[in-house]
Design a protein around this ligand. Structure first.
Ligand code: BTN
Length: 247
């Protein structure tokens, strides 16, 4: 079976599966998957914490190295892979909030943190870690500030599903889509699926990126997944990172 071909490292508890994958990237084979039941210092985008309670979610990292693919499309691929995985295994149709949060009815179901590891000799990213945190089971002790912001597969469907099954499906999708980036047609197909499932078009938004704030509407996504925002004075801004706040 597919899973047996992969190198999987499982922890009951770890600080962060992304940390482990990054720190050991040199010695681990391409495609290695790190799974943990619980993370004590799970990390999110923009320096945030990702709360990862024991056995309540899928907390995984996948190491990508020594292969040909389009690095620019990795965040897009990760989002599409999770979207597809949840649809197939849980029969839930989610939405992607740029850049790669997975939401259901405006609540966050999954966050993705993709990190490059630089080769100190060449100064180039030669290893990549895709970290995925997906809320599966209801948490009873959910912090007050997250109560209206996040959701779980169990909250949505009433069912408990296997995190391994979901992981397997997501990994299969990532593998398939990374290969597709080697052709122009493949890349266009991935972008089309990503855009189709984004929930950001035709809405007034504020994009916050560091100290910069841009208000406007999202017109489109570039070939590399960046946002094209049109502000009130009809100026276009292309933005690669940050967070969208709906108005
Ligand atoms: C975000 O929502 O900002 C991204 C969250 C990514 C969380 C996952 S859980 C597995 C992996 N290990 C981490 O420390 N973070 C990612």
């Amino acid at each position: 079976m597919f899973f047996e071909e992969k190198r999987i490292i499982q922890f009951d508890e770890i600080d962060s599966t992304n940390n482990y994958a990054k720190n050991n990237a040199r010695n681990l084979p391409d495609g290695t998957i790190i799974l943990a039941k619980k993370q004590t210092a799970g990390r999110g985008r923009l320096g945030r914490t990702f709360i990862s309670p024991d056995s309540k979610g899928l907390y995984m990292s996948m190491l990508i190295k020594n292969r040909d693919y389009d690095l620019n499309l990795v965040t897009v691929i990760a989002a599409v892979s999770v979207y597809r995985g949840i649809l197939k295994i849980c029969k839930i149709k989610t939405k992607i909030k740029w850049v790669n949060d997975i939401q259901f009815e405006g609540k966050k179901l999954c966050g993705i943190l993709t990190e490059g590891v630089f080769d100190t000799e060449t100064g180039k990213i030669n290893r990549l870690v895709i970290g995925i945190g997906l809320n599966i089971e209801k948490w009873h002790e959910i912090p007050e500030d997250l109560r209206n912001i996040i959701t779980t597969i169990e909250d949505i469907s009433g069912k408990k599903i296997s995190s391994e099954k979901l992981c397997l499906e997501i990994v299969k999708n990532i593998e398939k889509l990374l290969k597709k980036t080697n052709s122009e047609r493949g890349k266009q197909k991935i972008l089309k699926e990503y855009k189709k499932n984004l929930n950001v078009f035709n809405k007034e938004i504020v994009l916050v990126s560091g100290n910069v704030k841009i208000s406007g509407k999202i017109k489109d996504i570039t070939e590399t997944g960046a946002l094209i925002i049109v502000d009130g004075e009809n100026n276009e801004h292309i933005v690669n990172s940050g967070e969208i706040i709906f108005q």
